[in-house]
Design a protein around this ligand. Structure first.
Ligand code: ZN
Length: 228
């Protein structure tokens, strides 16, 4: 049965790093919407070409196109063991579509992880965040390396990361994702992870909660089948 995880969390919560780690450790497909969008465009699939046309006109990729791209990706064989989704769903419409895809796949429950970090801590983290001046890689917020671990370039502070900009970005995130979180919150497979800890602690807590949610999801499905 597949282990299917959605990672939610504001910018600066460390969700991307944890998503990558968890997928690697469990042998799951890591799907970030930015990556699969680029992939679809490169492969010139029908949805990829539609997305490309939209972006060329300066528009954002709409819900239906994003859903089609994610759906197509999740139904491929390499997603069979499960996946870790980062950046999707961003709207309730996308969340509903994902539920339909999950039903069609019929391969394990959908686990939703919300990585929560207090706003002051996010502002602090984002304000000190540095990126590589050569390749744009984000610095590990807990690392102190003066050079990029990928290419050796010099690390510089992001110019747009002053606290007013950061607060605005958090507000935009919260406004957009609150309905999605509400959509999932009451499910037995929804878990909140405390992201305001050292990365190893976050990892431990996340692993325990995901395994626990997976068991709850399986029990829920077995219960539903018994009542049929
Ligand atoms: Zn670099």
């Amino acid at each position: 049965m597949g282990l299917n995880v959605i990672m939610m969390g504001p910018p600066g919560a460390g969700k991307g790093t944890q998503a990558t780690r968890f997928a690697r450790e469990r042998g799951l497909l890591k799907i970030s919407t930015g990556d699969i969008l680029r992939e679809a465009i490169k492969e010139q699939s029908a949805v990829g070409s539609a997305a490309r046309a939209l972006m060329d006109r300066g528009g954002l990729v709409d819900d239906a196109t994003m859903i089609a791209i994610v759906c197509e990706r999740l139904l491929r064989p390499d997603a069979h063991a499960g996946f870790v989704l980062d950046g999707f769903p961003r709207t309730v419409g996308q969340a509903r579509a994902l539920d339909r895809i999950m039903e069609e796949r019929d391969n394990g429950p959908l686990i939703v992880v919300d990585v929560v970090v207090p706003e002051e801590e996010l502002v602090r983290r984002l304000a000190i965040r540095r990126i590589c001046s050569a390749c744009g890689t984000n610095a590990d917020p807990f690392g102190a390396s003066a050079v990029c671990t990928k290419c050796g370039g010099a690390m510089v502070q992001r110019t747009d990361d002053n606290s007013a900009v950061v607060l605005e970005r958090l507000k935009v995130y919260q406004r957009a994702t609150r309905p999605v979180l509400e959509y999932y919150r009451e499910r037995p497979t929804f878990r909140v992870v405390n992201g305001a800890q050292a990365p190893q602690r976050v990892a431990q807590e996340m692993d325990t909660l995901i395994d626990d949610a997976a068991a709850a999801g399986v029990a829920m499905k077995a219960g539903a089948e018994r009542t049929l």
